[in-house]
Design a protein around this ligand. Structure first.
Ligand SMILES: Cc1cc2nc3c(=O)[nH]c(=O)nc-3n(C[C@H](O)[C@H](O)[C@H](O)COP(=O)(O)OP(=O)(O)OC[C@H]3O[C@@H](n4cnc5c(N)ncnc54)[C@H](O)[C@@H]3O)c2cc1C
Length: 311
């Protein structure tokens, strides 16, 4: 089926997040001209270089200075062409996809992990215990789980058109009082190191931060860690009632592997578990396991990974 597809790009630290190229890869399995909308203009030059992108629309305006889903979707919606809209399934992507679907009157399916001509999609349900297959009719909005699709290659030369929507949207957040943390978010990172109650106390998370800084990872936590220690914020929680992550590498440290935790990280590409208990359920889904305390294994891991990174 050939149809016009619009992708809302995902931005991280003012540049294009890799999931944008993955969305283009997903779109290419359907066919048809692919437009990429860059909210706030961020990453538009990078988006134009993705192979398979026919047009980039860089939307600038005051409303993109801070995040507000109503303002963003109001600014983006008039530039959507075609019957299929793709966003990422990050927290922001899900919110934008729902707001755009509501404005357009389209149905929305969140967090899909495959997409075929037709359109049939799959997504995991019941905390990752089952895969649901859905036949979706266009027009529709789909949000795409990161690291589920092959990214499109670099090599495109799409035309970039820039529009300015300042003064044209009814809602614009002028100031955000609480700023997001400086650290990489677990939902965005390629490598996630999560600590559980086995870390003993919250100050021991500093060992995970040091390792994370060495290898460019984000630090997450189990719910037990988040609930037990005030110092570990809920934004770090991975699992059924926390964030779903799909990094290339997930390192679980002092985490038993309760089903609710697995629900948020089992689709990671590779899982390394570090636990002193050889019977811990986390080893059941881990690709690699270290049966040892974190006190023994984290310094050794840091040393080896640092050596690899500096090669
Ligand atoms: C409705 C509901 C929703 C939930 N949602 C979530 C969720 O989103 N995310 C989530 O994580 N949990 C969630 N939970 C909680 C979940 O059931 C578990 O209680 C929780 O995941 C356990 O966290 P933990 O593995 O850190 O702690 P524990 O189960 O206490 O495990 C600690 C582990 O650390 C190991 N350990 C101890 N000391 C060391 C050491 N020095 N070195 C190495 N290993 C060590 C132990 O062997 C043990 O395996 C939910 C529960 C419910 C009921």
């Amino acid at each position: 089926m050939i149809m016009d597809i619009t992708i809302i790009s995902e931005v991280s630290n003012d540049s294009l997040h890799p999931v944008t190229a993955q969305m283009v890869g997903a779109a290419s399995s359907i066919g048809g001209p692919v437009s990429v909308i860059c909210p706030g203009g961020f990453g538009s030059v990078e988006a134009a270089k993705i192979a398979g992108v026919s047009k980039v629309i860089s939307i600038e305006g005051d409303c993109f200075d801070s995040y507000d889903s109503m303002a963003w979707s109001g600014a983006i919606e008039p530039f959507i062409e075609g019957d299929l809209v793709l966003t990422s399934s990050s927290t922001l992507g899900r919110e934008i996809s729902s707001a755009i679907a509501a404005k357009k009157g389209f149905p929305v399916v969140q967090d899909i992990t495959s997409l075929d001509d037709g359109i049939s999609v799959t997504r995991s349900i019941f905390s990752g215990k089952a895969i649901e297959e859905l036949e979706v009719s266009v027009p529709c909005v789909l949000s795409i789980r990161a690291n589920s699709f092959q990214p499109a290659d670099v090599g495109g030369e799409a035309e970039i058109s820039t529009v300015n929507v300042s003064q044209q949207v009814s809602v614009a957040v002028k100031e955000a009082l609480a700023k997001a943390g400086e650290r990489l978010d677990v939902a965005e990172a390629d490598i996630v190191i999560s600590g559980g109650r086995g870390m003993g106390n919250p100050s021991n998370f500093s060992h995970l931060y040091e390792l994370a800084d060495e290898i460019g990872a984000a630090v997450g936590a189990s719910r037990a860690a988040v609930d037990t220690w005030e110092e570990i914020p809920h934004s770090m929680q991975v699992g059924q009632t926390g964030k779903t992550v799909t990094p290339n590498l997930y390192i679980a440290v002092g985490i038993s592997g309760a089903i609710q935790h697995l629900a948020g990280m089992r689709s990671s590409k590779y899982i390394l578990a570090i636990n002193k208990d050889p019977e811990a359920p986390i080893f059941g889904i881990a690709d690699y396991g270290i049966v040892a305390t974190w006190e023994e294994s984290i310094p050794a891991l840091k040393e080896h990974l640092s050596a690899i990174m500096s090669d």
